[in-house]
Structures are given as C-alpha cells and as structure tokens.
Design a protein around this ligand. Structure first.
Ligand code: NAD
Ligand code: LMR
Length: 308
C-alpha cells in the first residue's frame, strides 16, 4: 500500500506520523514544493521508527511527482492555513490554484488513486477536484466531518463529565464555522441519548463550541490545528487501506442525497478499498434538514467563486 501526502507542513507531517505509527502502510511519500522540506520531515519521522516500532518507509521529495507513481491513496494538504480572525473561505484564492495543479500531477502518475482532499476551504476544494479531473466520485473524498465529529465528542464528553470512549456523535454539513451540523439529537452516551443527561441549552452550547472548533484553535495557536486533523486523515486512510467499511462523515459529490445536488458536502459514508462505497442515509429531523440546506447554500456560494 503506497500513500502519497502532498504538503509536508503541519497537517501533512502529522498525518504521515499517525499513518506510520499505526503500521498498516508499506510506503508513505511526502511531497512539498519547498526545497528539502519534505526530505527533512521524512528523515525526522524515519528516525522515530525504531523508537515507535513501525516499519512503514517514509520518503520525502521536492516537487518530483515521478516518485509518487503508483500511489493507492493520495492526501492533499498543500496550501495555506488561515490566521486568527480569518475564515477558511478566504483561502480560496491561493489554495484553488494549488489544489488544481497538485491533483492533476498526482493523477498523471497514479491514475487509479483515491484522493483525500484536506486543503481549505475543503468542501469547495473537493468539488474543484471533482470538476477538473476524471476521477470517479467514489475516489474523491473531502476530510472535515471526521475531525469535526472528534471535536464534537470532545465537547460532549466535557459537558457530560464522561470519558470520550463513552460518547458517540457525528457532524454533517459543510466544514465551516457556520455550516457544520452537529447531530445533537443522535449523539449518545453508551447508547443513551445525550439529551437524557444534558439540557437543551447545554447541548446548543456544545454544538456552537464544536462549530468554532477550528477557529478556537487558530486563535490559540496563531495558525490552524494539525494533531487532530492529521489523526482524522489517518483514520480515513486506514479505513480505505484496510478495507474496514467504517462510517465517517466525508465531503462527497451529492446527486439528490439529503435533498442536495451538484456540490460536495459532509454526509456519512462507508469507506473501504474502493473509497466511498456507499452514502448512508440517516433520517434527519426537519430542523436538521433545514440546517443541511442552509449549510449547502454557504458551500455553493464559495463554489461560485471558483473559476472553472
Ligand atoms: N480539512 C480539514 O479538516 C483541515 C484541517 C487542518 C488544516 N486544513 C488545511 O490544510 C492546509 C494545510 O495546513 P497546514 O497547517 O499543514 O499548513 P502548512 O503551511 O503547515 O503546510 C502546507 C504545506 O504545503 C506546501 N505547499 C504549498 N504549495 C504547494 C504545492 N503547490 N505543492 C506542494 N506543496 C505545497 C507548503 O510548502 C507547506 O509546507 C490548509 O489549507 C489548512 O487550512 C484542513
Ligand atoms: O480551522 C482551520 O482553518 C483548519 C481546519 O479546517 C480545522 O478545522 O482545524
């Protein structure tokens, strides 16, 4: 199993580290445009191998896509992150050009690749790959919901004063400060609805804290987060590489599912060796459906800014 990660920055390197530590891939190639940077990150990570007990071979290359040839999975993390006070949508100007050229170069050398898009604004970058490449839609996956759901569980556990392993929940919709749709009515503590333990006001607070999870970290760090994003990407990569058939909310091109059409947005999917193997239809309340609709309108507005 060969995995390429484009962008050896904070998220790309974190993702490579988690993939290596989980020890399911034979090879990870890190590629960056900055001379020597990916080579340095790869060497540093390989010097963790004996310490952390993994055999995954990590190599780094500067802009040489021939070294990515035959990749089964590629992750795109190249592009700029936001600074405090910015929205993800403001990154479109620079990141759209990067994602377009990077995805084309990857496919040229790995025509059968399954692509995971991470660069922001992620739903629009996923749509861009859908519009500008010939990859079938099951092989274009946007990562956002897996991360947002992890943040949702963190906030739920905090409110419940419970261990995170007792908590389950999912965030659908766009990966944006306003567009996330945390499914509070479906969230559970050990199969009991969380509404049995938390007031409506407290649950609303959990949802709001979840939605601004990325912005909160950006405010604290001065740039956006990388540990949980890297871990979330590694979870998707593992589900595909190991044909796990796990459910994750991912951004995918919709053709009528959830009443939405012609855009990529976060919905629950089953991930296995073919990428997105099925979109899962979760029954949503009228209020949740309205939030999905509103979220899609936000994503569509950003998509309209693309020069296709
Ligand atoms: N979808 C998500 O949930 C999620 C989570 C975290 C970050 N992100 C996004 O991921 C992106 C990367 O974030 P980061 O914190 O790793 O940023 P970073 O600045 O640490 O790393 C980005 C890397 O991309 C490289 N790069 C730029 N242009 C390139 C090109 N044409 N080819 C190859 N490499 C190129 C840069 O040299 C840099 O090393 C940002 O857009 C950020 O908003 C998304
Ligand atoms: O918040 C960001 O800009 C980065 C990423 O999308 C995140 O949610 O951490």
């Amino acid at each position: 199993m060969k995995i390429t990660i484009v962008g050896a920055g904070a998220v790309g390197a974190s993702c490579a580290e988690y993939i290596a530590i989980k020890n399911f891939a034979s090879e990870v190639v890190l590629l960056d445009i900055k001379e020597g940077y990916a080579e340095g990150k790869a060497m540093d990570l390989m010097q963790c191998a004996s310490l952390n007990g993994f055999d995954t071979k990590i190599t780094g290359v500067t802009s040489d896509y021939s070294k990515t040839a035959g990749s089964d999975i590629a992750v795109i993390t190249s592009g700029i992150p936001r600074k405090p006070g910015m929205t993800r949508e403001e990154l479109i100007g620079i990141n759209a050009g990067i994602v377009k050229t990077v995805s084309a170069s990857l496919i040229e050398h790995s025509p059968n690749v399954i692509m995971i898009v991470v660069s922001n604004p992620m739903d629009t970058m996923t749509y861009l790959v859908h519009k500008t490449t010939d990859l079938p839609k099951n092989r274009i996956i946007g990562m956002g919901g897996a991360l947002d759901s992890a943040r949702f569980k963190y906030r739920l556990a905090e409110a419940l004063e419970a261990p995170i392993s007792d908590v389950d929940g999912m965030v659908l919709g766009g990966h944006s400060d306003k567009g996330m749709v945390p499914l509070t009515s479906h969230a559970t503590r050990n199969s009991i609805k969380v509404s049995e333990f938390l007031s409506e006001d407290r649950l609303n607070q959990v949802a709001e804290d979840t939605k601004v999870g990325g912005a909160t970290l950006t405010g604290l760090l001065g740039t956006s987060a990388w540990y949980a994003p890297g871990a979330a990407v590694s979870g998707l990569v593992q589900a595909i590489a190991c044909d796990q058939k796990k459910i994750f909310p991912c951004s995918t091109y919709l053709e009528g599912e959830y009443g939405l059409n012609g855009l990529c947005i976060g919905v629950p999917v089953i991930l296995g060796k073919d990428g997105i193997e099925k979109i899962v239809d979760v029954p949503l309340s009228d209020a949740e459906m309205a939030k999905m609709q509103e979220s899609a309108e936000g994503v569509q507005k950003t998509n309209d800014l693309l020069e296709l």
